[in-house]
Design a protein around this ligand. Structure first.
Ligand SMILES: Cc1cc2nc3c(=O)[nH]c(=O)nc-3n(C[C@H](O)[C@H](O)[C@H](O)COP(=O)(O)OP(=O)(O)OC[C@H]3O[C@@H](n4cnc5c(N)ncnc54)[C@H](O)[C@@H]3O)c2cc1C
Length: 387
């Protein structure tokens, strides 16, 4: 296949680079030191993202998005992924499934999400339903023109601050009726039970929620009853490429820092970069990044060129698996090259190690990506991965 960066791609990279360096890097240590970021900092980042025209890169212009190609979205994730403490999370791309909303829902939820005026939380995971989303116990039962929802949610990222939730439920407990409800903030019936502490700061929390007799009008269903999982399929491809882009960016920043340090640091009368043990680590890191970056942009370009949905889904699993595992390998080496200085939280490499650990778990763990890939191999053979 032919692939080269277009003039527009290069322009997006330059803008994304400048935004990351000017609007995200200065706040990395602020986030490291505070559980709740200063609202003025948050507001400044929102403003900067809009000023750089990098908001809602995945949404059409008519809704206030930037309508970027998939390649350009990956470029944006790669650049933002260089910022530690998950500051990339401020680069919002509203869930694409919101496009399936009614005109009223699009006006109320999607359009303001594109400008960053409101924030959403996507709540699917539950205590007994992690990788196995078919085991959801949050059920909705019809009552007149409303539905009454009961259950629990885990890892509800942003839920405490979000203006609305996309809440995945089974109607009448029936998995074939998986349905997403749009739930406004402060609707009675949603209570944060606890706010677990995670190994890296992610700015916003990931509370566990109790859902007790939550009453939501039927008009708040997104798409059709039973379309819940179908609506999230395209989102999964996008989300997995997001993990991949950020992983590539994190690995690049960590490697650049480790290389610069290795060229400067002297032990036993030599630069440590001249010790073969260090040289070989750096060589492996560069090779790993090159492989990961190649596969990411190849798939992104294929999707832009109209790759069918099934193949995109199958290949996105392989890209997510390789790139996220790659970032962890690479950053572990970068941390080792820094010696004791690699364990200081002031060092971006130390923070990147903690950040990329998450990428191997959310949006489908590495093991689940292997389940998807193996399933494809059994159904369709190797073609999807070699052609
Ligand atoms: C910080 C954070 C934020 C998150 N944000 C959100 C969010 O906003 N919304 C949301 O809905 N979810 C969110 N999640 C949840 C995330 O998607 C799940 O953690 C993930 O899907 C794994 O589920 P689990 O943690 O329950 O692990 P489990 O599914 O219990 O898995 C435990 C282990 O078993 C392995 N395993 C499971 N099934 C198989 C299998 N078939 N074959 C081989 N191995 C298997 C897994 O790979 C893993 O190693 C978030 C998670 C984290 C950590």
């Amino acid at each position: 296949m032919e692939f080269s960066w277009s003039k527009e791609d290069k322009e997006v990279r330059a803008r994304a680079q400048e935004f990351t360096e000017k609007a995200l890097f200065p706040y990395e240590l602020h986030i490291e030191e505070t559980d709740t970021p200063d609202p003025k900092v948050e507001a400044g980042i929102v403003q900067a993202l809009n000023d750089y025209a990098l908001n809602a890169a995945n949404q059409p212009v008519e809704y206030g998005g930037q309508a970027m190609s998939v390649v350009q979205q990956c470029i944006l994730w790669e650049e933002a992924g260089k910022a530690t403490n998950a500051l990339w999370g401020r680069v919002w791309m509203p869930p694409i499934c919101l496009q399936a909303g009614t005109p009223e829902q699009i006006e109320k939820y999607l359009v303001p999400s594109c400008s960053g005026a409101i924030l959403s939380a996507f709540c699917t995971s539950e205590p007994d339903a992690g990788s196995d989303a078919g085991a959801l116990k949050t059920w909705a039962v019809a009552d007149g023109d409303d539905y009454v929802i009961n259950g629990e949610k885990s890892f509800a990222s942003n839920a405490e601050f979000a203006d609305f939730m996309l809440l995945t439920t089974f109607i009448d407990g029936d998995p074939s009726k998986a349905t997403i409800f749009l739930v406004d903030k402060d609707t009675p019936g949603v209570k944060a039970r606890c706010l677990p502490h995670f190994s890296a700061r992610t700015g916003w929390g990931h509370p566990e929620l109790d859902i007790l007799d939550l009453r939501v009008p039927a008009s708040h269903i997104l798409g059709e009853i039973g379309q819940g999982f179908e609506l999230t399929k395209d989102w999964f491809v996008e989300a997995r490429l997001g993990c991949a882009g950020r992983s590539v960016g994190a690995a690049i920043r960590g490697t650049e820092l480790a290389l610069a340090f290795a060229c400067e640091r002297r032990q036993f009368g030599s630069r440590i970069v001249d010790f073969q043990g260090i040289e070989f680590m750096l060589a492996d890191m560069a090779t790993d990044i090159m492989a990961a970056k190649s596969m990411l942009y190849r798939l992104a370009a294929e999707i832009d060129a109209g790759l069918d949905r099934k193949s995109a889904h199958a290949r996105a699993s392989a890209v997510k698996l390789f790139t996220t595992e790659m970032a962890f390998r690479v950053l572990d080496k970068a941390q080792q090259i820094f010696g004791g200085r690699g364990l200081m939280r002031e060092n971006p490499v130390e923070r990147l190690v903690r950040d990329v650990r998450f990428e191997r778990v959310w949006e489908g763990t590495s093991e689940i990506q292997k389940v998807v890939i193996a399933g494809q191999l059994k159904k369709r053979g190797l073609a999807n991965y070699v052609n």
